[in-house]
Design a protein around this ligand. Sequence first.
Ligand code: NAP
Length: 317
Amino acid sequence: MNKIQIGLGTAAIGRPVYINIKKEKSAAFTLDVFRQRGIDILDAAYAQGIRYFDTAPGYGMAEEMLKDWAINSGKRDIEIATKWGYTYVANFDPNAVVHEIKEHSIEKLNEQWEISQGLLPFLTTYQIHSATFESGVLKNKKVLHRLAELKNEHGLQMGLSTSGSNQVEVLKEAMDIEVDGTALFTVFQVTYNVFEQSLATVADEIARTNIKLVIKEALANGRVFPNEKFQSYTTAYTHMNGLATKYNVGVDAVALRFCMDSIPAFRVLSGAANKLHLSDNLKVNQFTLKDEDVAILRELAVDSDFYWKQRKELAWN
Ligand SMILES: NC(=O)c1ccc[n+]([C@@H]2O[C@H](COP(=O)([O-])OP(=O)(O)OC[C@H]3O[C@@H](n4cnc5c(N)ncnc54)[C@H](OP(=O)(O)O)[C@@H]3O)[C@@H](O)[C@H]2O)c1
């Protein structure tokens, strides 16, 4: 078992609200307390073996927090992945209506790189944040050439993240993109979990290239936890609870472990926003799923269109 296969996603520790299923209301928000809590989670993650950290300018203060923490703590053995393409605009107002604005232009790339390059030398991976056909980014020659230039100049892994029911089509197009005869992308950050398994159809093909798969939303934004609002998952909840009991861990560890044991993933991101959830998530390191249990979990997949329609309806909280 590879302890460091889990990475920490910093979306939920960089801004006060995020897309998820929260059962309890958040306490009153203060910037200093929030920031300190984020740093405590980074410390706890490192202490428990995590060395891969994923961030983005769209995650509020996360990128800057991670940079300061990496420099001040003197850690030498961490890897940071960031992205470009979303600007955080909510100014830490939990009641903001708009939280982020997407823009995949060469101007936005250059503007955000100016800041994100401050993560060097910890920065190993630079990704287009949520590449889609609609944004035109995969056909934007100026952007692709600039990414190739940054990749060569700084020895970066160049990547993209995807979301939506056509993730696999986006990945297939991205796999074929070359600049000056060399494949551009070597990291794909993709949503994959017990409910949304479309990635499995291309995971082996991707594994035969030198592209690394990083898994996000492994807990389906919290939908893997039994919740009466999601009646269609009632049978899934029974199976997952059964496995959690069998392996003596929580449902979260079963769901994360599924991502590690069912496809060749390079990293699986934990999105934990508190230390308790982080420790629960890291129980993935105590076991592996038996083949017959992976088979049970494979059966829980739902239609991708259904999954992403439901994902769009989740609130920021
Ligand atoms: N590139 C992209 O477009 C993109 C999109 C989404 C995510 N990401 C990356 O992926 C990372 C992980 O994704 P994610 O955070 O969205 O999704 P996730 O891992 O699927 O879900 C996190 C949710 O699970 C809950 N949770 C975790 N452990 C728990 C436990 N032990 N008990 C109860 N609830 C628990 C969290 O609740 P609390 O919030 O209450 O802790 C949160 O609601 C992000 O931080 C980010 O780095 C990237």
